[in-house]
Each structure stands twice: as structure tokens, then as C-alpha cells.
Ligand binder design. Sequence first.
Ligand SMILES: Cc1cc2nc3c(=O)[nH]c(=O)nc-3n(C[C@H](O)[C@H](O)[C@H](O)COP(=O)(O)OP(=O)(O)OC[C@H]3O[C@@H](n4cnc5c(N)ncnc54)[C@H](O)[C@@H]3O)c2cc1C
Length: 514
Amino acid sequence: MRGDPVPLSKILGDQDPVPQSNRIAAAAEASRNLEKAPEISSEAIGESADLKNTVVVVGGGVAGMAAATALADAGFRVTLLERRGYLGGRASSYLHPGTGEIIDNCQHVLFGCCTNLVDFYRRIGVDDRIFWDSRMTLIEPGGRRSVLAPSGLPAPMHGLPGILMSRCFSLTDKLSLAFAFMAILLGPKPREDRSLADWLDTHLQSRGALNRFWRLVIASALNADLEDIRLPIAAKVIRQVFLNSPGAGAMGMSRIPLSDLYGGARGYLEERKGRIVFNASVDSASWNEEKRVWTVTAQSCVFHAETLVLALPFEAAAKLLPKMPANAASEALAETLKSIEHRPICSAHLWFDREITELDHAVLLDRDIHWMYHKSRWQPARNAKASYVELVVSASREFAALSREAALERARTQLAEFFPEVSRARLVKSALIKEMRATFLVPPGVPAVHVGPESPWPNCFLAGDWTDTDWAATMESACRSGYRAAEAACRNQGDPRTILAPDLPPSGFMKMFV
Ligand SMILES: Cc1cc2nc3c(=O)[nH]c(=O)nc-3n(C[C@H](O)[C@H](O)[C@H](O)COP(=O)(O)OP(=O)(O)OC[C@H]3O[C@@H](n4cnc5c(N)ncnc54)[C@H](O)[C@@H]3O)c2cc1C
């Protein structure tokens, strides 16, 4: 099967339909900003204008788009200000000058349990652009494969036959993993101050379980070393992705470049009298208590609105803070932001003159390259007769420090250990993307960041993957934060609506562990 689409409803069950319109065209139009960004609007909503129900959202990443579209739905007149010429933020694509190809800054995957992101995709009409797959193929150097896939057993046992049958785990590894999963399910509430590494030390994990599951699948998915992962975050991932229900662990990948996917938000906003101003880098914001109006300055443009949503990455929020009204709470926020750290992700993009494997994607064991995404198989715009693969290296500062040539050569050589056809194929072109500020973390032992959606200022709400959503630095966290900020803005206007989508309900015996 060549990346055939699986209807989302089959994986997640029926959910409320969202009205569809031709938003894909809007997505395609928005992607043109990749080549030529529209001019900055010099128009400002004048102070004399009616500012009732106006909102300025700063930041066109997933958090900002989620907040903006939800607020437009709730009747707000939305102006979304984005520093760059396209939408998506850290989940975006662009025309790579060296290869002439539109590439994502990195493969972005979601899981069935990402209910808010899925809701957002439905909202902007691009949910049918996601390719879902419930199978995860783990490959050892030399090519031996093991497949993890849900069986017909009820949750939480649905994944057990896959693990028991897998050849990449020894019997000791399997017993270790079963013991750890049971401990997560039945053990006490995970302590905030404990690291995953510390917890694994006390839960008798074998070398194979540590290297091939915890370090590879979990730590690389969370983009951090085991020592840097807070135990509650890891426990949540295990429960949500591996135990809760078979649908929760299905993996989703976009069939179109990310900026096209997120370009759907532009049409959605414009249909609801909203607008996006690109190339608008916000450098200050002030609050007029008497008029109860925010004034936001982006270079030479000034925007006024009753409500402000800041949907910025934490470092951009920290930079803007000194240019916002000062008070004790804003000073405390500035201090809190200092405890957040970045982690890098690298991706090597390789184009071969022939198909190097029939797999759509795989987890590569025991090497620097962790995930292989065979994008020419499921992105229709790519040349399906050849292979375009994206190899992702998570949380590796060592790989990130390599030169471009050394990193690409290492990626190609290692790939050949898994797929022999790589040695026979001609490498047509390649690209390396290093995202040094890919994700954030607050190390265990440092107080958790409990910030947002409320802010230190009136009529202002905070969003972004780093705000308090209970999720790791992911698109789902960003989306949840945007929806939470939108809910808070609505509440502030006397509208107590619920925007957050509920979690997927546990299935099978997991209903007993709620
Ligand atoms: C390489 C890489 C791989 C990843 N892989 C995955 C994955 O597989 N799955 C997953 O779920 N997540 C993944 N993530 C994480 C995910 O991309 C982020 O968690 C999410 O996109 C964050 O969204 P956000 O809206 O909070 O922030 P951002 O995406 O950072 O958006 C903030 C926006 O604000 C804009 N901005 C900044 N300053 C200003 C300013 N002064 N004025 C106006 N605009 C401004 C920025 O240009 C940006 O568009 C990955 C991230 C990276 C970088």
C-alpha cells in the first residue's frame, strides 16, 4: 500500500463534523508568501473606530492560528500579526535554495491522541491532508525488522502482541518494558521533581529496553535526554500513545508541505472578516486603562484592539516583555522564562534516483539517525519513482555540531546500513536543516512553568507550546494553548464557551484507570 489515506474517522471514531469549504485553495494561495511576502499593511484600526470585539493575535505559529481561528468563530474581529512571510512558525516549509524543492523545516508528526490539533485541522479544512498509519516499523542495522501495531486485544493490551513478537527486543527487554508499563499504569502519581532516567534506574530496565525503546522512541520523540525529561511528561506519553486506546497511537503525517497545510488558516480567517499581516514583527505593546485598548506596534505600523493574545515562543515573549507595561507579575514572568531551555533537532533530506525501500516510514535503531520518513511515497507532489527521504536526528547536540558535509555523509552512510539499495542508488541532491531552537524543556528539579493563558495584564492572554498545557513541546501543546487563550478571551467578554476538544476516551480495560 502506497501511503493510501486512512479515513480519520476510522482511527478516531466519529466526531462532530466541521463545515467544509474550499480552503485548500486558500492554503495554496497562502503558500505563495514563501516566494514573495505581501507588503506590510500600513493601515491601523484607528482609535476612533469601534473596537468592540477586536483582537490582535501576535504570532502565526500553531498556537496563534488556533487562537485566531477560534476567536474568529466566536465573533471577534481578528488581526493576526506574523513576523515572517508565511504561517506555521516552527512547523513550516520553504523553498530550499540549494535543491529547488519546497521542504519542511522538519518532519512533524502527530498522534491520534492530539485531539485539539485534529480539531484545528478539521476547522481549517485540511484534515483530509493527513496520512495516518498505526504501524511503527523498527529496523536494526543490517535490515532486520520488527513491527509494533495494535492487535485486536482490548487496551491496554492492544500493543502487547507487537512487543512480544518483535525481534529487536530480547526476552529480558520485553519483560523490562512490560514491568515499566505496569508501573506507570498502577504506580503512584509521577513526581514532578523526578527525571525519567532516575525512574528507569529504579525499574530494572535492560540495556536493550533503555537504548531501543526509552532512548530512541520516547526520548527522541520528546527531543531530550532521559536525564532531562520530567517523569510526569514521559508517563503521559506512555499512557496516551501506547496504553489508552489503539487509535490514540496512530501516527499522522502531512501529505502537503506544512506551510500549505497551515495556509488554510488564512482563508478561514478572511471568510470571518479577519486578516493576517505578514512581515509584522511586534516590538512593543501598551495598555490604555481609560479607553481599555491595547496599542501594538510592529515596526512602523500601529494596531489597536480591545484584546491581545501573545502566541510567541518563550524567547520572543522574553524579548517583548520589557516593552510591555511593567508590574510585579510581569517581572515574575520574566524570571520564570529564564528557566526554560532549548533543544535542537536536525533533519537530513536526501533525494535518490530510485526507490530505496517500500516502507513509508521507520524507526532506525542504534545509530544517530532516528526516524526515516519516506516522503515521496505519501506526498503526491514528489517524484514517486525515486526516493525523497527525510532523516530526523532528535536531541543530539553532537550531530548538530557536525559540518553540513559531515552530517549528510554520516546520514547517508548510516541509512545504507538499514536499506542496501542506498549503496546502489545515486544521491541526486541533499539538504541539512539544523533547528537549534526546536523545542523547549524545563529540566527536572527546576520548578515547572505554570504560565498562561492569563497574563500579568488586563485583556491580554498568553499562548505558545511552552505555556501550561500539561503536554510536551508539540503542535498539540501549541494548539491547546491557543484554544485555552481563546477560551479565556471569550470568558473575559462574558462568553463562557468551551473550545478545547476533549481527550480521546480510554477504551477497553483502560476505562478502569481514568
Ligand atoms: C525541527 C522541529 C521538529 C519538530 N517536530 C515535531 C513533531 O514531530 N511533532 C510535534 O507535534 N511538534 C514538533 N515540533 C514542535 C512544534 O513545531 C512546536 O511545538 C510548535 O510548532 C510550536 O508552535 P507555537 O505556535 O507555540 O510557536 P512557534 O511555532 O514558534 O510560533 C510562533 C510564531 O511567532 C512568530 N513571532 C516571533 N516573534 C514575533 C514578533 N515579535 N512579532 C510577530 N511574530 C513573531 C514566529 O515567526 C512564529 O511564526 C518540532 C519543532 C521543530 C523545530
